[in-house]
Design a protein around this ligand. Structure first.
Ligand SMILES: *Cc1c(COP(=O)(O)O)cnc(C)c1O
Length: 383
């Protein structure tokens, strides 16, 4: 099957639309031990620390081959001791549930505090939960990409810091996959021990590796704990420190693209510059969708500027037809990832600009007309 001459715009949660220059950066074959390549790895690791607003004195960035989930699993696999550990997973959507699944598969003792998939994590309920039990580790999702909710990770971080007999002894793991690089975060203020993201989300690289930024002091206690060979964060870290290399075949082209993507993030004004563009994208599509009569799944006060979920128009509505027709117009949206409601998602991260969002809205309007869906939607009742 031939690839379309013009790539579709990806209004998805990743992989995302990337710049031509990021793609062009991959037009080189480097050896995994090339000095040039090793220097690029070192540069990237340093740059990630800068983005997290920490320094190499206390923190380290570890790159892990694979998609984002590989780094989440590596973090759980490596940083939780075999004896005496108990994890609290705070979840309000599919990505939080995935962390629970990881614990189940790795046989890690855990409790789960769940919130409805359309609700933000509630700080007071988490506080009660922490008071009634002792947890060695607490894990949460930053932006729950399955809905678009932004969770209060710094407030929870303060609770986690105060939890237990010694302040700061509880390990706090944050999956910031779809937020890191576009939503400012302070590891210090959030008392975060490990934060996780990947190459192909808000930093706008291509898929192939993920990364964990963690406290060295803790990471260094994790030798021999990993329940996996390839997902051993400690080994990956110490090997990278000593040799500047990956343990196993590195995603060389992805690393080159990522280096370029980091340069472009700088050019855009860093995290704040990128946040500004994403906020403008998000504002524009939400206004346009509102005009068409689409209703958002998430209350505006919980909603962040990464991705937005919309209820289907009222029945009969065939999402697959809607999706295919948009795809023919080179616009790729995403199905919903919530369990209780029929919805679809529009991401506005990646190399997208306001004119792209306007084009998408125009295409959605045309597709609705082709499907005989009357606009603006009126009886678009919530299912
Ligand atoms: C994208 C994403 C992941 C990782 O998904 P992969 O498909 O493994 O890359 C994990 N958590 C969140 C919140 C995400 O948005």
């Amino acid at each position: 099957m031939d690839i379309k001459e013009n790539d579709s715009k990806l209004f998805t949660p990743g992989p995302l639309t990337t710049s031509l220059t990021v793609k062009e950066a991959m037009l080189h074959d480097l050896g995994s031990r090339d000095t040039i390549f090793l220097n690029i790895i070192a540069h990237i690791r340093g740059k990630l620390l800068e983005l997290a607003d920490v320094s190499a004195d206390e923190h380290a960035a570890v790159l892990v081959q694979g998609s984002g989930t590989y780094a989440v699993e590596a973090t759980f696999s490596t940083t939780i001791p075999h004896q005496g550990a108990k994890v609290l997973i705070i979840e309000n959507g599919a990505y939080g549930q995935r962390m629970t699944k990881i614990c189940r598969i790795l046989n890690i003792p855990h409790d789960v505090i769940s919130f409805h998939e359309t609700e933000r994590v509630q700080v007071d309920l988490v506080a009660n939960k922490l008071q009634s039990n002792h947890y060695t580790h607490v894990a949460i999702i930053h932006c729950e990409t399955s809905s678009g909710i932004l969770n209060p990770i710094e407030e929870i971080g303060q609770l986690v810091y105060d939890h237990g007999t010694t302040k700061g002894s509880t390990v706090y793991i944050v999956d910031s996959m779809s937020a890191f690089g576009a939503i400012p975060v302070s590891l210090r203020n959030g008392h975060i021990t490990y934060i996780i993201s990947s190459a192909n989300k808000c930093i706008e690289g291509v898929p192939g590796f993920a990364f964990v930024i963690g406290k060295k002091q803790h990471l260094l206690t994790c030798q021999g704990q990993a329940r996996s060979l390839v997902l051993d964060l400690y080994d990956q870290y110490t090997y990278m420190e000593q040799s500047k290399q990956f343990r196993f075949t590195p995603p060389t082209h992805t690393i080159l693209a990522f280096k370029r993507a980091l340069d472009e993030l700088d050019q855009e004004g860093g995290v704040h510059g990128r946040a500004k563009r994403y906020e403008a994208n998000n504002k524009l599509i939400r206004e346009k969708m509102k005009t068409l009569g689409f209703i958002e799944l998430i209350k505006p006060e919980y909603q962040t500027y990464i991705i937005t979920s919309y209820y289907y128009p009222s029945a009969p509505f065939n999402f697959q037809t809607f999706y295919n027709k948009l795809s023919e117009k080179h616009q790729l949206i995403y199905p919903g990832k919530t369990t209780e409601t029929d919805c679809f998602r529009i991401g506005n991260i990646g190399r997208l600009f306001e004119n792209d969002m306007a084009t998408l809205a125009e295409c959605i309007k045309e597709v609705c007309e082709e499907m005989n869906i009357e606009l603006p939607l009126t009886n678009n009742t919530k299912q």
